[in-house]
Design a protein around this ligand. Sequence first.
Ligand code: ZN
Length: 269
Amino acid sequence: MSRYVDTHAHYADEAFEADRFELIRNLFDSGVICVIDPAVDLASSKKVVEISGAFDNYFCAAGIHPHEASAASGEDYEKLSGLIAEQLSGENCRIVAVGETGLDYHYNFSPREKQIDNFRRNIRLALRYGLPVIVHDREAHQDTLDVLLEEDAFRGKVLYHCFSGSAEYASVLLKYGCYFSFGGAVTFKNAKKFDSVLKTIPPEYILPETDSPYMAPEPVRGRRNDSTNLKYIYPKLAMMLGMEEPEFEELMIDNTSRFFGIRLNRQQG
Ligand SMILES: [Zn+2]
């Protein structure tokens, strides 16, 4: 049976309110061996910690998404920092990254200055606690890179999730040791642009994701997404990288373990 890793799925999202735990248990029975669940604000940071506490190979990221930047108060960042500190000093630490955070100039749900300030605060938390940062960059490539460089974020680990940049942008980021995750978009009709991007990035720097409940791949595009749909994403990514699927599956487990600094039980979730 195939073994899948999902480095980006939002099971704290209200889309999973009715069947969250049952669905996650089913994932682990259907080949998914690891999930990383990134938060979007303080409340969901607490929630992902709680969810991940219930499963072995389920981890989370605490942080504030650019969409939620406006709503975040100074107190929220202090509490976020407290939550991370408490987790890191505890017995059963579930937090393996800060995020997701970054800049979104497509929706601009928060004013840009607020987004930039939020992004900086998240990066500082990641560096303070020695955690990787999960970056959301939508139509904000230049500012995202500028902020990362100004904050010296590449002293730590950086992951661009749902990477949408060009091969040229990827090469620049690679110089700083950046990782990249890819999801449903590689299965879409206009996925041709990913060919050159995936040829540029060494396979060791690639991670798989779904961004559930969003971004469902073909042929289930438009529906509520979940990690079982990795079965549509993995073959496409493996093909684009010119790899056999079993070899690709192993690589994704290795890359995930290395990037997040976790030891995965390869047999089960
Ligand atoms: Zn996301």
